[in-house]
Design a binder for this molecule. Sequence first.
Ligand SMILES: Cc1cc2nc3c(=O)[nH]c(=O)nc-3n(C[C@H](O)[C@H](O)[C@H](O)COP(=O)(O)OP(=O)(O)OC[C@H]3O[C@@H](n4cnc5c(N)ncnc54)[C@H](O)[C@@H]3O)c2cc1C
Length: 384
Amino acid sequence: MTFQYISPWMNEELNILRLSARKFLQKEFTPYLESWIEQKYVDKAAWLKAGSAGLLCASIPDQYGGGGGTIAHETVILEELEGCGVGVNFGNTIHSGIVAHYILAYGSEDQRQRWLPQMASGELIGALAMTEPGAGSDLQNIRMRAARNESGYLLNGQKTFITNGHMAGIIVVAAKVNLDAGAKGISLFVVETENCDGFRRGRNLRKIGMHASDTAELFFDNVYVPADNILGGKEGVGFSQMMAQLPIERLLIAISAVAAIERAVEITREYVKEREAFGKRLLDFQNTGFKLAERATEATIARVFIDYCIERAIAGDLDAVTASMAKWWLTDKQSETADVCLQMFGGYGYMEEYPISQMYVDSRVQRIYGGTNEIMKMLIARHL
Ligand SMILES: Cc1cc2nc3c(=O)[nH]c(=O)nc-3n(C[C@H](O)[C@H](O)[C@H](O)COP(=O)(O)OP(=O)(O)OC[C@H]3O[C@@H](n4cnc5c(N)ncnc54)[C@H](O)[C@@H]3O)c2cc1C
């Protein structure tokens, strides 16, 4: 593009991470993407390699095996994942950016020592199970039951649409001890899936996009969890824990949206400069030039806004309303941009071998998960 812009939070160390992530992903991820899309999950071997390369749990302190970085480190990795064409197909946002942070924030010292190093190495893949067939946006209404027994809890119920669900070795599960207690009844339990009696994975769900990402139904039939595995050490604080973590989850979604917008504009710019019709470059048609000019402008606005959010998150003061604004606006822009850019590729844009087609289908879900964009507007409106 014509403008040169370096994010204010970037520095030399992050640049080194960026270059090594790029080299690693181009060698170890891009060539395998097609087979992962076919099988509908990313190989465990790739998780392990990403762990060795320092791409997992980058924002978890090094005493727990993490990279000792901040959200800026997660951002660089997310941007490089988008750049290598894998994007949201690798469930690292949930794994490193969310599940590991639940354990860091609410786990005991023993639990952090036990789980985080294995998550950083890729041995344990993390998932977060909130959504149920009957409760998505309306989280307070979940029906997963946690019945107390002498030494712990028995979980009963079903979860759906769970990212990394097919592969996860550790799952943070939202459940209620008292089903009538609304939000105040929700607690978060850590379930270790290996040799876990009563735990069953359902189908790896077929989706319209994000084909290499495993998304599963999970079934819990008297699944025993020791009392220690309740996050925060007491019942009824799960909803407030989720509300505290959701702004960062939404920010991470917004960051991947901006990376996707930038890539869509860039690959489209290259295409319309090459492709000719009626004896001239597509870019030389005023409609194409104007459309791309609009998208390049919006990409710049998106970048400035996301950098503001990232800086606030690094400083530890990103508020829930701003995170909701970033999530809805930037993912809406991502969808629009993918659609407009695909159109400029003509029929080629509809072909799977052209990355814009994958970007188009992968963009759609960004407006749905992490709280739908309607729910984001509801949260913003409440504070007006
Ligand atoms: C690919 C994928 C991955 C996912 N990964 C995870 C995961 O890892 N963990 C997890 O727990 N969940 C996950 N989800 C679930 C996701 O978070 C939910 O789908 C989402 O929160 C919406 O819930 P729902 O599907 O039940 O839709 P519903 O809540 O039934 O909503 C349906 C429609 O009604 C609208 N609506 C609902 N309530 C209101 C309201 N009060 N005002 C206005 N409009 C409203 C919604 O915006 C939406 O448009 C994933 C979903 C997908 C598709």
